[in-house]
Design a protein around this ligand. Structure first.
Ligand SMILES: [Zn+2]
Length: 415
């Protein structure tokens, strides 16, 4: 472009157009986020102070705090190592691109896999340390070899995903060097949706249907109360490697499932307590938390891919293999930066699922038993340190969960 004064009005108009588009996008983002943040938990709940020692037992609280402290610092150290390794890789990684005989996309995939391998290697010592700690505290009974090989499937999936992501991004960036981030983000959201639709069928391979007639009857009643159709309840066998208890909701539409760990059914918990878990997981489905999670993913992906495009421009943009190490660093750094916001969003959804469980079962006594048991069964600190709460906690603390049960009971005249 030359400096012909006749170009000036065109440039000003283009800039104004871009500013208007950005303004509209920002307003749209805030409106969508506000809509997604709404929950059915009443805003005027009164939360009583929970005396942790009296509620969970002083010894259990001390042990759980001790157990979690190690994990929190181990996590923090692993993040510092990952970011450090990726900064070095972003600075030096381009050298490998010049030595590669493959085309730009092939070289980009190689650089992506090399980056992932470096991240995996730098995290390995922290993973081993955590596994040692889990074994020491009887949270896991898995041997080191079984633990290490159990991760291969996940690691393979990570390598495949990074290759797929790079092929898509680099191919689009070759055609649209400056605006690839917009279709790129949409492709990622489409992949995320496809994953959420298919993962329940994969989950089915490693689980079996719930067979306890009384629990099945409770699940059907919960579904009716929450306006849900019949959703399959599956059981995952984990009791040979851990005593921890857990459950989760997966899928969209007709692929929706609830999965219970078999440790919930080993006799430690009454049917009434297990029903709280099922009503909570069904609450995720009836509150549409999984589609909402995808919508949040889209809201984060859009500015995210834009920032990747901006950061990689000085290496020629994402169509060039040299840019891949920087792109990788930006992805990991952004994930770290948004993790407090993501944890906060997740805590709101989990609180809503707890509320739904109470509204469905009208059984605050069983809910209290369940949440109190988590301190011992899962080694969860009922009131973790603020920094780890803000960065890592994707559920309300056990103190907060018990306080909500009490608030529900007080509101419904059950105390
Ligand atoms: Zn949940």
């Amino acid at each position: 472009m030359d400096d012909d004064p006749a170009d000036q009005p065109v440039r000003v108009t283009a800039r104004r157009g871009a500013a208007i588009a950005l303004g509209v996008a920002a307003i749209g983002w805030v409106v969508a986020a506000t809509f997604l943040l709404r929950t059915s938990v009443p805003g005027n709940l009164h939360f009583r102070h929970i005396d942790s020692a009296a509620t969970f037992g002083a010894n259990t609280v001390r042990r759980a705090a001790h157990y979690e402290r190690f994990g929190n610092w181990d996590w923090l150290a692993s993040q510092v190592a990952t970011v450090g390794v990726l900064i070095l890789y972003a600075k030096r990684g381009a050298v490998f691109a010049r030595q590669s005989a493959a085309g730009p996309i092939g070289t980009g995939m190689l650089l992506g896999m090399l980056g992932l391998a470096l991240v995996w290697l730098s995290n390995l010592p922290f993973g081993i340390a955590q596994h040692w700690w889990d074994r020491r505290h009887h949270v896991s009974s898995e041997g080191y070899i079984a633990w290490a090989t159990g991760d291969w499937a996940q690691l393979g999936a990570a390598f495949l995903s990074i290759c797929l992501a790079l092929v898509i991004v680099m191919a689009i960036a070759q055609k649209l060097p400056r605006t690839w981030w917009l279709p790129g983000a949409l492709v990622f959201v489409a992949i995320g949706t496809g994953f959420q639709l298919t993962v329940p069928y994969l989950v089915s391979l490693g689980t079996h249907p719930l067979r306890t007639p009384a629990l099945l009857a409770s699940a059907r009643a919960d579904e009716r109360a929450q306006g849900l159709p019949n959703i399959p309840i599956r059981v995952e066998n984990v009791s040979d490697t851990t005593d921890e208890v857990n459950a989760y909701a997966v899928g969209l539409g007709s692929s929706r499932r609830v999965v219970l760990w078999d440790t919930l059914l080993d006799g430690r918990y009454s049917n009434r307590v297990v029903n709280i878990v099922m009503a909570h997981e069904l609450g995720h489905h009836s509150s549409r938390h999984l589609p909402k999670g995808l919508a949040w993913y889209a809201l984060f992906a859009l500015p995210g891919t834009y920032l990747i495009a901006r950061a990689t421009r000085r290496r020629g943009g994402m169509s060039r293999a040299e840019a891949v190490p920087i792109g990788l660093f930006v992805v990991v750094a952004l994930q770290l930066v948004v993790s407090p916001a993501q944890a906060w969003i997740s805590r709101r959804m989990e609180a809503e699922a707890d509320w739904k469980a109470l509204q469905t079962t009208h059984d605050p006594k069983a809910a209290r038993q369940l949440f109190v048991s988590f301190a011992k069964a899962n080694g969860s600190d009922p009131s973790p340190p603020t920094w780890s709460y803000l960065l890592l906690e994707n559920h309300p603390t056990l103190e907060q969960r018990v306080a909500m049960v009490d608030a529900w009971a007080a509101r419904n005249g059950q105390r």
